[in-house]
Write a protein that binds this ligand. Sequence first.
Ligand code: TYD
Ligand code: MG
Length: 431
Amino acid sequence: MGQCNRCNQWNTIVEERVSAEQLKRAKSGATNSKKATNLIEIQSAQYSRTQLHDKELQRVTGGGLVPGSVILLGGEPGIGKSTLMLQLALEFEGKPVLYVSGEESIEQIKMRADRIGSPKGEVLLLAETDTASIQAQLESLQPGLCIIDSIQTLQSPNLDSAPGTVSQIREAANELIGFAKKNQVPMILIGHITKEGSLAGPKLLEHMVDVVLQFEGDRNHVYRLLRSQKNRFGSTAELGIYEMHGSGLRGVDDPSEVLISRRDDTLSGVAIGTLMEGARPLLIETQSLVSTAVYGTPQRSATGFDSKRLNMLLAVLEKRCGFRLGTKDVFLNITGGIRVDDPAIDLAVVCAVLSSSEDIPIPSKYAFCGEVGLGGEIRTVSRMDQRIREAAKLGYENILISSFARLESKHPGINIIPINRVDQALAQLFG
Ligand code: TYD
Ligand code: MG
């Protein structure tokens, strides 16, 4: 059928074949029904997690790999998923690691491994897409970790639809998850996500696996973020930051240090904002360039920041502070190729724009932290103390925050300047 008779959309119907085994299972019904158990009678399971050398991965997984757990690592093509996983395999000690690739030949993987380093333990490579032969290998090798690159390329002999289709992905994942649980082997499945996020596979997989990690970043920048979107064994507030080098990915211990360029004081349009990425405070540089529009319609462009929000902030400046920005081109850039969603960066954005517009540099040693409301008021944001502490740690001497903020502790190392409106920030900075 070309058109769905429920939602009337075209070409949305996907073929799904039912295997003979599935039919048999469905017909037999739930014969071996289970009894409920009282919660207090159940022994709490003690996981002995496999510790990882990669500090970022160790933190994001919630303290290492749980036996039998299945992790889905999603990300756009070319972001570095295979590199990250190969690195993990090379650093893995103890039992051997099985790295299954359905995309690259073992020679290609070997070439990449040569760039990254030498294996600490035993790394076994397998170029295979058939789930039955992968399972056979798993059974005979009993590895300490299995990595599948990628789940979209696998094909189960139980179904005859093409690899990458919803039913194939589900069947292949089901088989592998079953193996992982039965043999208590941690398993990592790599999943591709297209730019539009349209692939049904990984979305459906998210429900089946224990942990969902997302690898993201701008391919043209060196920084990559590893976020946890779901974790049955830990917090999802953790974040890992990596730098892509010629010899693989390197964890970034002190992200704030690298996200702020060693700037000279004479540059206008630069302001330092504070943001939370998961549970980690970060200081980040926002750069703005404001110039008179050459063409009729002024351009507004933002990299790493929501352009609708930039327009809103510009409207606030225009309406509440009387800045004529309507005829100006405004460009905004968050350094490091990182995308910021935290509204705490607003104040830094506004100050960067004004600094460029007036062509007066913001004195160094100033950091900013606050959300800007539609009335031009500065609002308080979450985890204020942590952000201020991070700014003080990095040597900032002054921080502008909302006067509504309730701080839990004193911060002797830094001068806190409470403001409640955007105009007060201006008076503070430019006199
Ligand atoms: P890759 O891991 O193949 O991405 P994915 O599996 O997510 O599709 O790596 C993508 C890019 O990383 C590739 O274009 C080249 C780059 N790269 C480096 O810059 N340094 C390295 O050491 C390696 C291995 C890759
Ligand atoms: Mg890859």
